[in-house]
Design a protein around this ligand. Structure first.
Ligand SMILES: *Cc1c(COP(=O)(O)O)cnc(C)c1O
Length: 408
């Protein structure tokens, strides 16, 4: 039941078999999965999708595995909420939150990519998986590999938030904290992946892994009543999610599931780590790596693997990019909580703050449909807001003490 044709170099177009490959041996471009869309078109209709269980595998035909999905059956199909209160606060008409901070086993969108990566890793026969992570991917690979009975080696920068570390260790993987930033962790993982026969989900099986992000976009289109939004703000770390959301809308259109998307894609990054947004603003084709220094650790990738493609999607759609300072990130987290009751992590703070700026600047118009992508849960980054939200009112267990303290 496979619809995968093979792999293809995103740069020179050279084709490769559908194996555990990720880089073109001629031009060093990255590889992408190709599909038989004609065959998919015969199988996939709005009706067939709607009749399936509410998880990310309802788009199975468009995902790069050969057999039945074996991982992530409880991941995906997260809510798309009409955000009336936040819309009012931002002065816009039609605003939605795609909320990936809930309804996933490890409370971030990374359960999408890991579901696909581990299903594929098992098809390849790997018994050990790994990843280089800024936190959420570590949580997800640890949880999913525990369920799958796979050994795991998970590499993180040593300075991550406690929630990300504890939320990984609880599944008892081999967790390696590297004294260095993500880009150094990633480089180390590339070396380890070439030495050991392990499936590093975002290194040597990255072409398969990355496709999982498309389900974020498919769900939005389905949940909007089979159409793409006019504007979508997406947080960028490596730049893969943004790239794949745009691909998802184009694929749905190609299959006749939605009308021609008129979506503009907007990249959201932290001021202290904005290689993609910098390039967008400079209208440059070159991503200049940066040394990350930001509260938004989950987005702290200074040398983004898919930065070039994310930039391309932004340019192709007539979108733009903007950054948020640490202070604005915290304000963004608080605004989303106060208006919509959603507690997001630092990446969500970046996205809300950036959406707010782009609306204020008139770059996103006030009367068209806007989606804000919330990709992770605030309980994992408590440190970021801890000192900025006041403290509880302490009293003795008496009415008097209560009334004195609260001054009713
Ligand atoms: C990984 C991550 C992203 C960005 O993903 P990329 O595909 O690397 O750009 C966004 N938000 C959160 C919470 C993440 O963990």
């Amino acid at each position: 039941m496979s619809n995968i044709k093979g792999l293809k170099c995103r740069e020179c177009g050279r084709e490769y078999p559908k194996e555990a490959l990720y880089v073109c041996e001629y031009c060093f471009g990255s590889l992408e999965v190709t599909y038989d869309y004609e065959k998919i078109g015969e199988q996939l209709t709005r009706g067939s999708i709607e009749s399936r269980p509410k998880n990310l595998w309802r788009y199975r035909e468009l995902l790069p595995i050969e057999g039945k999905p074996t991982d992530g059956l409880n991941s995906g199909f997260t809510p798309l909420l009409k955000a009336e209160n936040l819309a009012k606060a931002l002065g816009v008409k039609e605003l939605y939150i795609k909320d990936d901070s809930v309804c996933h086993p490890t409370l971030s969108f990374k359960d999408r990519v890991v579901a696909v990566a581990l299903s594929r890793a098992k098809e390849f026969g790997f018994d050990t998986v790994g990843c280089a992570s800024t936190g959420n991917l570590a949580n997800s690979v640890a949880a999913h590999s525990a369920v799958a009975g796979l050994k795991s080696y998970i590499f993180i920068p040593a300075d991550l938030e406690a929630g990300k570390v504890i939320g990984t260790l609880i599944y008892q993987p081999n967790l390696i904290a590297v004294e260095g930033n993500y880009d150094e962790v990633n480089r180390l993982c590339s070396e380890i992946a070439s030495k050991y026969k392990w499936a590093f989900v975002n290194v040597n099986i990255r072409p398969y892994y990355a496709e999982g992000s498309k389900t974020f976009g498919y769900e939005i289109a389905e949940q909007l009543g089979w159409k793409a939004p006019e504007h979508i703000v997406v947080p960028c770390a490596g730049g893969s999610l943004l790239t794949k959301i745009w691909k998802s809308f184009k694929e749905f259109h190609k299959l006749g599931l939605i009308p021609q998307p008129r979506t503009r894609m907007y990249a959201a990054q932290a001021m202290g780590c904005a290689p993609i947004v910098n390039a967008i603003k400079e209208r440059s084709d070159i991503i200049k790596p940066v040394k990350p220094k930001t509260l938004a650790k989950s987005l702290a990738i200074g040398n983004p693997a898919d930065g070039y493609y994310a930039m391309g999607a932004v340019a192709e759609t007539g979108g733009w990019g903007e950054t948020a300072t640490d202070k604005e990130i915290v304000e963004g987290i608080k605004l989303l909580a106060a208006t919509e009751g959603i507690f997001t992590e630092t990446a969500g703070g970046v996205t809300v703050a950036v959406a707010q700026k782009l609306i204020k600047q008139g770059i996103i118009p006030k009367d068209e449909s806007i989606v804000i992508s919330i990709t992770g849960n605030g309980l994992k980054t408590l440190e970021a807001v801890q000192r900025q939200i006041g403290s509880p009112i302490k009293i003795q267990p008496t009415i008097r003490s209560f009334e004195e303290a609260v001054k009713l």
